[in-house]
Write a protein that binds this ligand. Structure first.
Ligand code: ZN
Length: 281
């Protein structure tokens, strides 16, 4: 069983090591996963929160001059803030997506801009870049060609579902299309941004898709039953009013809202925003 203890570099395969950051929580699981790909030349995926100890662990896991690239799946604050510290400590090249909206407090300047179809070529590996919007508009996944491992950031997670929050660039319709695209890839494993390695990628993607389809149907049914309802009321119907901590109730509201926005675009419901009432079209 690979180690999810924060700060400990755990070998997942001949080419991949993982270090979990010390930021466990309801949205981060055991913490953000930082991946080290390669041995002689290393690409670091998602340096995580700005924590000196975590960066020391990343640098300590390789000879620092071997760290050649720092790459980000997206710019949510549990994935990127250690970037500057890590780049400074290693002299690595910062490789970032050139398009797609960034979070407003991200002040990183890439050394190299990448886009879908590009690849990072190390002496032992190739990492293909996939643009996978939905969780965030600038979300990328990276496919390790030699092992068919997909680094999914927050697009696919272990132990929880990905949050699609329209207030932070999340788009449910786009997200579902991304999942359908990922399903077509030949994958051996998924290395998610949070949680352990997923050994059955296709079953996981099927589960993610059916979870969303069921939720969408449930939202439609509840709206028909009620005639009209606010997001808060739908969350109460779906999850019950007690038992969930407040931050998870809020996240549940984002999900329901994201489904409503998608259904509105499809002409199936009418309404305007997260606080207004929605009704069947
Ligand atoms: Zn995350």
């Amino acid at each position: 069983m690979p180690d999810l203890t924060p700060g400990v570099a755990s070998a997942l395969s001949p080419l991949v090591r993982r270090i979990v950051a010390t930021n466990p929580g309801p949205f981060t699981g055991p913490g953000t996963n930082t991946y080290l790909v390669g041995i002689d030349e290393v690409a670091v995926i998602d340096p995580g929160p700005d924590d000196k100890k975590h960066v020391d662990s990343i640098v300590g896991a390789s000879m620092k001059e071997r760290v050649r690239w720092v790459m980000l799946t997206h710019t949510h604050p549990d994935h990127w803030p250690a970037t500057k510290r890590l780049v400074k400590a290693t002299g690595a090249e910062l490789v970032m997506f050139g398009k797609g909206k960034k979070e407003k407090d991200v002040d990183l300047v890439p050394d190299r801009v990448i886009d879908a179809g590009d690849s990072i070529e190390g002496s032992e590996f190739g990492l293909e870049v996939l643009h996978t919007p939905g969780h965030a508009p600038n979300h990328l996944c990276f496919l390790l060609e030699e092992e068919r491992v997909l680094f999914t950031g927050d697009t696919v997670l272990d132990g929880m579902y990905s949050v699609v929050n329209p207030a932070r660039g999340g788009d449910m319709a786009v997200y579902l299309k991304t999942l359908e695209r990922l399903k077509k890839l030949r994958l051996s494993r998924i290395a998610p941004g949070h949680g352990d390695v997923i050994e059955e990628p296709k079953a996981k993607l099927d589960d993610y898709l059916s979870h969303r389809k069921q939720r969408e149907q449930q939202v439609l049914r509840l709206l028909k039953k009620r005639g009209s309802a606010k997001v808060k009321e739908l969350v109460g119907d779906i999850y019950g009013n007690d038992g969930l901590p407040p931050e998870l109730i809020e996240a549940a509201g984002w999900q329901v809202h994201a489904h409503l926005v998608k259904l509105k675009a499809e002409g199936k419901v009418s309404g305007t925003n997260a606080r207004s009432a929605w009704s069947p079209a």
